[in-house]
Design a protein around this ligand. Structure first.
Ligand SMILES: [Zn+2]
Length: 241
């Protein structure tokens, strides 16, 4: 499936192996974010339908989360569209590049998602409700897991090649999504097979992980433009010499 991006890059990007070139990077960024917008919309629709059919609150909540993921892709797309054409080295040092801000926002949204999932999980631990088992939601969740894993892979791979904060942050987000989907699936199965209520505890564990991943990608995104880095180096060299 990463093939699709390769094919599109062959059509639209002239010097497609030159990852350090600003306009090449911008085009890759636009393709990756557009593809992310499309996939997130598909997942949103599929989960909304599955949630309505099965009456599962968890699946519907997951659908809403995909809408925030869609927004993250839009932010990433806009950052490449508006700021992507400026080569990183020529940017004024005091201005924070748009791409870093986009990565920070995506990481921040992920951290907030972690907090909200944590709250919901604590509620579930206190009042464990019924988890409704339905084949349609298991199928949709498995499909979503695979799509998110694939998205984590291609965003991570291009994020590294292009050293792009929003793509790296999107990859972390997608990885967290596939993880929480697995836990949600596992909880449904456990409850179905052994009547064990694992939903809340599983959710709590995942929420901590998501919060940490969100904070990390937010920090990693703005780290290159933080002023303290230089100041620290200066201090270090002053103390050494
Ligand atoms: Zn997400």
């Amino acid at each position: 499936m990463i093939l699709l991006i390769t094919v599109l890059s062959k059509i639209f990007i002239k010097d497609r192996e030159n990852f350090s070139d600003a306009s090449v990077k911008r085009k890759y960024g636009l393709i990756c974010s557009l593809w992310g917008m499309f996939l997130n919309l598909v997942l949103f629709g599929a989960k909304l339908a599955a949630g309505a059919v099965s009456g599962s609150v968890a699946v519907t909540a997951d659908a809403v989360h995909n809408l925030t993921d869609f927004l993250s892709s839009v932010i990433s797309f806009l950052s490449f569209l508006l700021f992507g054409s400026v080569p990183a080295k020529k940017k004024h040092k005091k201005n924070i590049p748009g791409e870093n801000i986009a990565g920070f926002i995506i990481g921040f949204i992920l951290a907030v998602t972690g907090i909200r999932l944590g709250e919901a999980s604590v509620h579930k631990i206190i009042n464990p409700g019924e988890v409704h088992f339905s084949y349609i939601s298991v199928i949709i969740l498995s499909f979503s897991f695979l799509v998110k894993l694939y998205m984590a892979y291609y965003n991570g791979s291009y994020g590294k090649k292009l050293s792009s904060p929003p793509l790296k942050a999107a990859s972390a987000d997608c990885f967290c999504d596939s993880l929480s989907t697995v836990v949600a699936l596992g909880a449904v199965m456990l409850e179905q097979a052994f009547s064990v209520k694992a939903d809340g505890w599983g959710g709590l564990l995942v929420s901590l992980f998501i919060f940490a991943a969100g904070c990390k990608s937010a920090f990693d995104s703005i780290k290159p433009v933080l002023p303290y880095k230089k100041a620290r180096k200066k201090n270090l060299s002053e103390t050494v010499f």
